[in-house]
Write a protein that binds this ligand. Structure first.
Ligand SMILES: Nc1ncnc2c1ncn2[C@@H]1O[C@H](COP(=O)(O)OP(=O)(O)O)[C@@H](O)[C@H]1O
Ligand SMILES: CC(=O)N[C@@H](CCC(=O)OP(=O)(O)O)C(=O)O
Length: 260
């Protein structure tokens, strides 16, 4: 698969939406990149907000290897928190930074095919790239799509997709460079030190040792999938770190490089 260097797919985790300053800094970075002709797709999570909303509604958060077990009765809350609140909070921050943003989800414009991933997880979706026409049109206008990880299956079921997996699918669809921004500076070793580079063997080893776990396991596995399929490194870094964001705007590598 060929890579289109002018498209950057940036994924941000849910903790960002709880940090005004982090959002402002990220959107200023995006505004700068867009003004330089860089096309940017912003994909977001919102796991924290989902946890909070489930609790308020008397429901429990259950995860299996980093993925939320999502029974039918939780879907309205999940959809509201991700495709609603999280998406619009980010859109507001984008507008404030002068970015023309289009708030959308994986279900829009025939972007992906979606199906139930594993019956044990309930309404959790697995997605594959389908049609890039809509998103490429938005990018050609110089607009920034802000995409939540809610998809719809061909049967019309709303599905909850892990946001790192959503970002990998969009990176494949637009042939872009993928950067996964979390609340940690990258993948950390057993002593909390940043690991600059990781390949498949090293990842397998660290997962086996329990050093890479939970959400980070899902993240590096999604990153490795894209790196191998597109033959280019994927970066795992932090939205918290102003220096990393500045380096990102200069086109430099930041955080941990997941190597093909
Ligand atoms: N080896 C590791 N290095 C860094 N973070 C790790 C590691 N193993 C587990 N984690 C956890 O993974 C989290 C990031 O995954 P996740 O919470 O899903 O992020 P996001 O919501 O940003 O996608 C970190 O905050 C940390 O708690
Ligand atoms: C299936 C699944 O786990 N979906 C995730 C989607 C949101 C997400 O991935 O948010 P972060 O990026 O903030 O972790 C969830 O319900 O939490």
């Amino acid at each position: 698969m060929s890579t289109n260097d002018s498209v950057l797919v940036l994924k941000v985790g849910g903790a960002l939406m709880q940090c005004e300053m982090g959002m402002a800094r990220l959107m200023e970075t995006a505004a700068k990149m867009l003004s330089q002709g860089q096309k940017v797709v912003l994909v977001h999570g919102g796991g924290y907000l989902v946890d909070e909303q489930l609790k308020v509604n008397g429901m429990e958060t259950v995860k299996l290897e980093g993925l939320r077990v999502t029974p039918a009765e939780q879907m309205p809350i999940v959809v509201g928190a991700l495709a609603g609140t999280s998406n619009k909070i980010l859109q507001a921050a984008a507008v404030k930074a002068g970015v023309v943003a289009v708030g959308m989800s994986l279900a829009d414009g025939n972007l992906v095919d979606a199906s139930i991933k594993d019956e044990r997880l309930g309404f959790v979706g697995e997605v594959t790239p389908k049609d890039g026409t809509y998103i490429n049109f938005l990018l050609a206008q110089g607009w920034m799509p802000i995409v939540s990880s809610i998809a719809v299956s061909s049967d019309g079921d709303l599905l909850n997709v892990n946001a790192d997996e959503a970002a990998t699918v969009l990176a494949k669809l637009v042939g872009g460079k993928l950067v996964l921004l979390s609340d940690v500076s990258g993948v950390l070793d057993g002593k909390g030190q940043l690991i600059p580079q990781l390949n498949r063997d090293q990842i397998q080893q660290l997962v086996k040792q329990g050093v890479i776990e939970k959400g980070m396991k899902v993240k590096v596995e999604a990153a490795l999938d894209v790196a191998e399929q597109m033959g280019q490194p994927v970066q795992v870094a932090s939205w918290r770190d102003a220096a990393q964001l500045a380096a990102l705007a200069r086109g430099e590598n930041i955080g941990t490089q997941i190597q093909p």
